[in-house]
Design a protein around this ligand. Structure first.
Ligand SMILES: NC(=O)C1=CN([C@@H]2O[C@H](COP(=O)(O)OP(=O)(O)OC[C@H]3O[C@@H](n4cnc5c(N)ncnc54)[C@H](OP(=O)(O)O)[C@@H]3O)[C@@H](O)[C@H]2O)C=CC1
Ligand SMILES: O=C(O)[C@@H]1CCC=N1
Length: 274
């Protein structure tokens, strides 16, 4: 049984743990390091996983360490794990936005197998999307193991270039928030027209689910699906023309560029960190 240790038990760790347990991974194979006592209790109660305040204890005899702390915490974490890493040489999987493999190698050790990946919170319900990139120390078996872990919670894609992970962050790591924001905006708009928030949210969220399922299950091009909704001179055309007049595609492209750029900035801020 592969032993997984999460370093950091926050939002994304919870999504991955919840998703993994739903696929039949045993709670006894997962340990979590989390500094906040209340969060440790919640994790234990909700998922039945062993939780520790101490990173070393959680990493114990793990085969795979999943680094799930905020990027700026990463440099602090490596000092605590030095002994464990030297002894066990586990596979490291970092999910931190921006943080580059050369930085992880500098902090955690150049000889270690490291996979940098970018999942997203829908992993919790098995609908995650993850981009992955491996350093040259990662063996074929470890690559398969990393993929197996992330496949369990959704779709995976290996990237040819590490820099594209910042693009992954922008289009799937962060994008659940964009869809949530769209549903919030639809709800606000319907509310302003007199609909109850409850009904507006239910209808908008279901349309979001339906559109997402059609996109992933029909195999059809999004533009074909869009055209099928858009009756000539109908209501959808009116809405899409309004989006176009407000330069919707440019609005989205600018937001994706901002998120991608931010990933690079977050990494650059850590360049001088020993
Ligand atoms: N949220 C998301 O949608 C996604 C996040 N990510 C990445 O995942 C990582 C975690 O993000 P997220 O889960 O949202 O953040 P959270 O803040 O929710 O989780 C991070 C957790 O790490 C804990 N922590 C802080 N310091 C340490 C330490 N020294 N050792 C161990 N644990 C520590 C924090 O505890 P405390 O609260 O007490 O500080 C917190 O519970 C980030 O690097 C982010 O870029 C990747 C994809 C999607
Ligand atoms: O907002 C962030 O920085 C993280 C990375 C992707 C989603 N949440």
């Amino acid at each position: 049984m592969t032993r997984l240790a999460f370093i950091g038990g926050g939002n994304m760790a919870r999504s991955l743990i919840g998703g993994l347990l739903k696929t039949g991974v045993a709670a006894s194979s997962i340990s979590v390091a989390e500094p906040r006592a209340e969060a440790r209790q919640e994790l234990g109660r909700e998922f039945g996983v062993a939780c520790y305040a101490d990173n070393r204890q959680a990493a114990g005899d793990a085969d795979v360490l999943i680094l799930a702390v905020k990027p700026q915490i990463m440099p602090a974490v490596h000092g605590e794990l030095k002994d464990v890493l030297a002894r066990q040489r586990p596979l490291l999987i970092s999910i931190a936005a921006g943080v580059r493999i050369d930085q992880l190698e500098r902090w955690f050790g150049h000889a270690l197998p490291i996979v940098r990946c970018m999942p997203n919170t829908p992993a919790l319900i098995g609908a995650g999307a993850t981009g992955l990139f491996a350093n040259r120390r990662v063996s074929a078996e470890q690559r398969a193991l990393a993929q197996h872990i992330l496949d369990a919670v959704g779709l995976t894609r290996w990237l040819d270039e590490e820099s594209l992970l910042d693009t992954v962050t922008a289009i799937s790591g962060s994008s659940p928030a964009y869809f949530f924001a769209l549903v919030e905006a639809l709800e606000d708009a319907a509310f302003s027209q007199g609909m109850s928030r409850d009904t507006a949210r239910a209808l908008a969220a279901q349309a979001c689910l339906g559109a997402g399922r059609m996109l992933t299950e029909s195999g059809e091009d999004p533009s074909v699906l869009r055209k099928r909704v858009t009756s000539p001179n109908g209501t959808t055309q009116a809405a899409l023309e309004s989006f176009a007049a407000d330069h919707f595609n440019q609005v989205v492209a600018r937001a994706v560029a901002a998120a991608t750029r931010r990933g690079g900035e977050m990494a650059a801020a850590l360049d001088d960190t020993p």
